[in-house]
Design a protein around this ligand. Structure first.
Ligand code: ATP
Ligand code: MG
Ligand code: MG
Ligand code: MG
Length: 562
């Protein structure tokens, strides 16, 4: 590709709104442009990088026998109502009405659409197991879209769904996807770690997150310095092997509600300063109150809630009830709403309280008579223990260290929840009707690009790993007005193209300094510079990775680049 024919609008200045390296560099190097908050155009270079990540994903999905399809982004509300998520998904779900005033959502995820489709089309055990996937644009009205491609409101995801006749079959698929994800992120060049995600309290086998290690990550990973144990801190903390937690939770009687919590109180409660805040949700199940607390940057969703409830042996009568308890908006459950002054972020720990009293300005009226002597205080929480660096690892091996991570993917055993709600059943070998068991598996395709740039950059720009780079070679003629240089550059350009070595040829009539600076910024692995030595058939070859450079004769160039 000739630079003069494509669109690479590089910038010298760091964009004012870009706080982190990947956001700054992707904008400055001309890969992306913001259209609205959390909504980006991928310019030609950005689009190429996206396609390269997608190619890896396609290849690894193909290897494990997942089949590609494409489902609609526009989804009728009826499907989401059947699973209760029309309410429980909250404000993150983008909603709209058509001209007949029918309600729709823009797909934030596709469990409903996939499951109802499979429910209609697969009726027999003979078609199972089945794994389908798509790479598609997702929409989530994130509370705080930020960091460029890292947390968008419109972003590209690979989402896969698997359907099974048994738990064993699901376990097998889960393992395959897990391995495929390891391959995908390794091929992307990422330094990553698979961690136990939010069903860790149930043994940690049911969901893993793939975390690209990075200081700008919004998740904190607790890992053992001498074993394989690694979990999202929210899960590490509620690990049931912590006797202190179990005891403290059993003893908890008094509950102050989110309505009255100040940041100071919450910090005290967690025994640590909180920069951002906490999310806490309170709801009542039978005679018990359940408080879901959070730190980190997660929303509490219905699946996390379900796991939390299971972990503490609390059952909800139905998903509808859960949705009702959740209320229409994420950030509130039942009569309790989390006030805006508490920055709502993540589910961190779960406590079950017997005979608890709660009161807020809003729900006082509901519970006023429940336990009128009670004081509002949170002193009873003080024994609750959250995992810290230096703690013994929950698996008994080594001590806990913390690291920051970017969630680039997640694998999840869904079980029968969606299949039950949407009637995905099949006839087994005996001709008996059974419910399908499901898994779901997501990769943040566009987020992965940002994670890669976070790990591959220096003060001058991006340094792409070789499977991701938009072009392998950056070809520069120092002085295109010089005939020898421009002719040699042209010849090299033709040769590389003919040999399928992808090349970006900077044929612009710009000063060499501008070209070199842009080249470092754009970050292709190899730079071939045609300068004064062109007369003797020599060019300079420089590696972006480590700055190594050498003069090569034209005849040695191709073998070197292959
Ligand atoms: P997060 O915890 O960061 O909000 P999530 O757990 O809500 O992510 P999933 O529902 O697991 O996300 O979606 C699958 C993948 O999609 C995530 O692992 C992540 O890589 C990506 N993803 C999720 N939300 C966004 C977003 N707003 N922008 C870009 N990628 C995203
Ligand atoms: Mg998450
Ligand atoms: Mg999210
Ligand atoms: Mg996730």
């Amino acid at each position: 590709m000739r630079h003069s024919k494509t669109l690479i609008p590089t910038l010298k200045e760091v964009p004012a709104d870009a706080e982190i390296r990947s956001h700054q560099l992707l904008v400055r190097a001309g890969y992306i442009r913001q259209t609205a908050s959390g909504i980006y155009s991928l310019l030609p270079l950005g689009n190429k990088v996206l396609k390269n990540v997608e190619k890896i994903v396609h290849e690894e999905m193909e290897k494990i026998g997942a089949v590609e399809m494409l489902m609609p982004a526009l989804q009728p509300s009826e499907l989401w109502k059947e699973t209760g998520r029309w309410n429980s998904y909250g404000r993150e779900l983008m909603r709209l009405n058509d001209r007949h005033d029918r309600e729709f959502a823009l797909g934030a995820t596709h469990e409903e659409v996939t499951t109802s489709l499979i429910a209609d089309e697969v009726k027999s055990y003979k078609k199972l197991p089945l794994s389908v996937y798509q790479i598609q644009t997702k929409y989530r009205d994130e509370k705080r879209p930020r960091f460029g491609l890292l947390r968008g409101r419109e972003f590209v995801m690979k989402d896969a769904y698997s359907f099974h006749t048994s738990q064993e079959s699901l376990d097998e698929a889960y393992q395959k996807f897990y391995t495929a994800y390891q391959n995908i992120f390794s091929r992307c060049g990422l330094n990553f770690r698979a961690v136990i995600a939010d069903s860790g309290a149930m043994g940690g086998k049911d969901t893993h997150e793939f975390m690209a290690l990075s200081e700008v990550g919004e998740d904190t990973i607790a890992y053992s310095d001498s074993s394989d144990f690694a979990a999202n801190i929210e899960m590490a903390s509620v690990h049931l092997d912590y006797p202190e937690n179990t005891e403290a939770m059993q003893e908890l009687e008094i509950v102050d509600t989110p309505g009255y919590k100040t940041m100071e109180q919450v910090s005290q409660f967690l025994h640590e300063p909180l920069e951002k805040g906490i999310k806490s949700l309170l709801f009542k199940v039978d005679e018990r109150f359940v408080l879901v607390l959070s730190r980190g940057d997660h929303e509490i969703n219905d699946i996390k809630l379900k796991h939390a409830l299971e972990a503490f042996d609390v059952e909800l009568a139905s998903q509808e009830e859960a949705s009702q308890l959740f209320g229409a908006e994420v950030g509130s459950i039942g009569p309790v709403s989390v006030p805006d002054e508490i920055e709502v972020i993540a589910d961190h720990a779960v406590a079950v309280m017997k005979n608890a009293y709660c009161g807020t300005n809003e729900n006082d009226k509901h519970y006023k008579n429940a336990n009128p002597d009670r004081d509002f205080n949170i002193s009873s929480f003080h024994d609750l223990r959250f995992i810290k660096e230096g703690d013994p690892s929950p698996d008994g091996q080594g001590t806990i260290q913390f690291a920051k991570g970017i969630e680039v993917g997640q694998v999840f055993k869904l079980g029968t929840f969606y299949a039950e709600k949407l009637g995905a059943s099949y006839l087994n070998e005996q001709g008996k009707q059974e419910t399908m068991t499901m898994g779901c598996y997501g990769v943040g395709v566009s987020r992965t690009i940002a994670a890669i740039v976070e790990q591959y950059n220096d003060e001058n720009g991006i340094k792409w790993p070789k499977e991701i780079t938009p072009y392998q070679v950056h070809l520069i003629a120092v002085n295109p007005k010089n005939d020898e240089q421009s002719e040699l550059a042209e010849e090299i350009y033709q040769q590389l193209e003919a040999n399928n070595i992808s090349v970006l040829y900077d044929d612009r009539k710009e000063r060499p300094g501008v070209k070199f600076a842009d080249s470092d910024l754009i970050g292709l692995p190899v730079r071939v510079t045609v300068g004064k030595k062109a007369a003797d058939g020599y060019v300079e070859c420089k590696l972006r990775e480590n700055g190594e450079q050498e003069d090569l004769h034209l005849s040695d160039l191709l073998p070197k680049l292959h």
